[in-house]
Design a protein around this ligand. Structure first.
Ligand SMILES: [Mn+2]
Length: 484
């Protein structure tokens, strides 16, 4: 114990080399991040600077914070995973005391005491060495950093939400934002007004640049995304084997998330949604509170592993007892039919909303609902399919990307659903049936590639897989109530 504590201390103050050898090595490369910054610079207007801030630290309660997650734009451009940092990318070369530069980053300083508690920091040396930035300073130096923002035609940044805590530490994100506002002439009270928008402050252009870039995935990104999707699908398949009446929604969530972690996924890309029966009608049901799921219901499971920043988004809906009832199968097969048709139509040039949803998925669902007698006409307004068909995935589960038309190397979801709540205006045999099938699709030069093919999709394949035993069948824990 004592020895390990001393080692920890030595590492924390930088005397020992970092213990990095046993860490994963398949993160995005330094070259990737640099190339992305060069592409931002290329897309910037002339005589402009782009300013990116790290994500804030979020407090959970008292002295416990939520696990820190870097702002995806910031991570995409730097690889830096720590808070309290600001990055500036200049369109044109700038002259400084140490020569010419076109980017500069301010990061949180090393601090032996803080690192002992919360983990290693890269510090200025680490950012130079590992992330290959030349101009690196501690965030405490930003306030005194001499920059005349008024000389630029455009100062590009994302507007602020005024939700950042001012901590006792000098140079924290609150201070960085305050210094930037002061230096750039941003109004000290409230948000940006029309008047200041008339000057060189621009809070719109940067997001379009980031959408253009992040919406098209590189091979390096796709390696990570494929991994996240494969892991999520393997989890869905394993849960199909392990599913049985009496499990709790949370336990089902736990099986998925255990498998994510078994494959070294750091996080879930979004709060896991596991809803039995009518709970599936709540689109973002994350309470997952039902203690015992019933044999006569379906369970909707929408979960995504996040692997090295990239998140999958896969949904399967399965019968708890392994066999779809007649009504469940009718709705399931209809959603599948709509989804499969939309997937098959994925290719460059098409529009998700107009060409894939309205012309295909929605039409098929409405025609099917008429056939089943659930609605009267294909044009009837209803809320059984109330959401969009799909979205980009990547560093964000609802990733940045353009939606005008699909292009090669875009990664999107296709996720139609039908949700019939209790008391709906149709035969009550349909009540409580909620189905979503969500798959992840890569757009290729001439069509698409289904990324999420490791989890069965058709009702027949699902029933077949659910017959298989699971190693979890034998996993029995002591009963808490029986404790002496
Ligand atoms: Mn989704």
């Amino acid at each position: 114990m004592k020895r390990s504590l001393i080692i920890l201390l030595l590492v924390a103050i930088g005397i020992l080399p970092s213990l990095g050898q046993d860490l994963p090595t398949d993160f995005l490369s330094v070259e990737f991040h640099k190339e992305r910054r060069d592409l931002v610079r290329e897309k910037m207007p002339t005589n402009a600077v782009a300013v990116f801030f790290a994500n804030p630290v979020r407090n959970r309660a008292n002295d416990v914070d939520y696990i820190y997650h870097q702002d995806p734009n910031f991570y995409y451009l730097t690889g830096y995973k720590e808070p309290h940092a600001v990055l500036m990318i200049f369109k044109e070369d700038q002259e400084g005391p140490d020569g010419t530069y076109n980017e500069i980053i301010f990061i949180q300083p090393r601090n032996a005491m803080a690192e002992l508690w919360t983990g290693r920091r890269l510090g200025v040396g680490g950012v130079k060495d590992k992330l290959k930035f030349n101009q690196v300073f501690n965030n405490t130096e930003f306030e005194a950093y001499n920059i005349d923002f008024s000389k630029f035609d455009k100062v590009l940044f994302y507007d602020f939400f005024n939700d950042v805590r001012n901590t006792a530490t000098n140079g924290d994100l609150y201070d960085l934002i305050a210094s930037f506002k002061k230096k750039s002439g941003y109004p000290t009270e409230g948000a940006l007004d029309i008047e200041s928008k008339a000057n060189n402050l621009d809070t719109e252009t940067l997001d379009q640049i980031m959408r253009d870039l992040r919406g098209i995935k590189t091979e390096e990104e796709l390696d990570l995304l494929r991994k996240a999707v494969d892991i999520s699908c393997i989890a869905q398949a394993e849960v199909m084997k392990a599913m049985k009446p009496g499990l709790s929604e949370r336990e089902v969530q736990g099986i998925h998330e255990f498998i994510f972690k078994k494959y070294q996924s750091e996080y879930e890309g979004y709060p896991s949604i596991v809803g039995e029966g009518h709970n599936g009608c709540i689109l973002h049901y994350i309470e997952n509170y039902k203690p015992q799921i019933s044999s006569d219901k379906m369970i909707l499971m929408d979960l995504g592993a996040e692997y090295h920043g990239y998140t999958a988004d896969v949904t399967r809906t399965i019968p708890v007892d392994g066999k779809f009832s007649k009504e469940e199968k009718a709705i399931y097969d209809l959603v599948y039919k709509a989804q499969e048709a939309a997937i098959q139509a994925c290719k460059p040039g098409v529009n998700i909303s107009r060409d894939l949803n309205n012309a295909i998925a929605k039409r098929i669902i409405n025609e099917g609902l008429v056939e089943l007698g659930i609605i009267d006409s294909v044009n009837q307004r209803h809320l059984y399919y109330p959401h969009g068909l799909g979205h980009h995935i990547g560093l964000d589960v609802h990733d940045k990307g353009n939606y005008e038309y699909l292009e090669p190397n875009m990664a999107i979801t296709i996720e139609p659903g039908i949700y019939i709540p209790e008391g709906a205006n149709c035969d009550e045999k349909w009540w409580g049936i909620a189905v979503r099938i969500e798959d992840d699709v890569l757009i290729t030069e001439d069509g698409f590639e289904l990324l999420s093919d490791l989890a069965p999709r058709t009702s027949e394949e699902i029933e077949e897989l659910m017959k298989q035993p699971s190693p979890l069948d034998a996993f029995v824990l002591p009963d808490l109530d029986k404790k002496e």
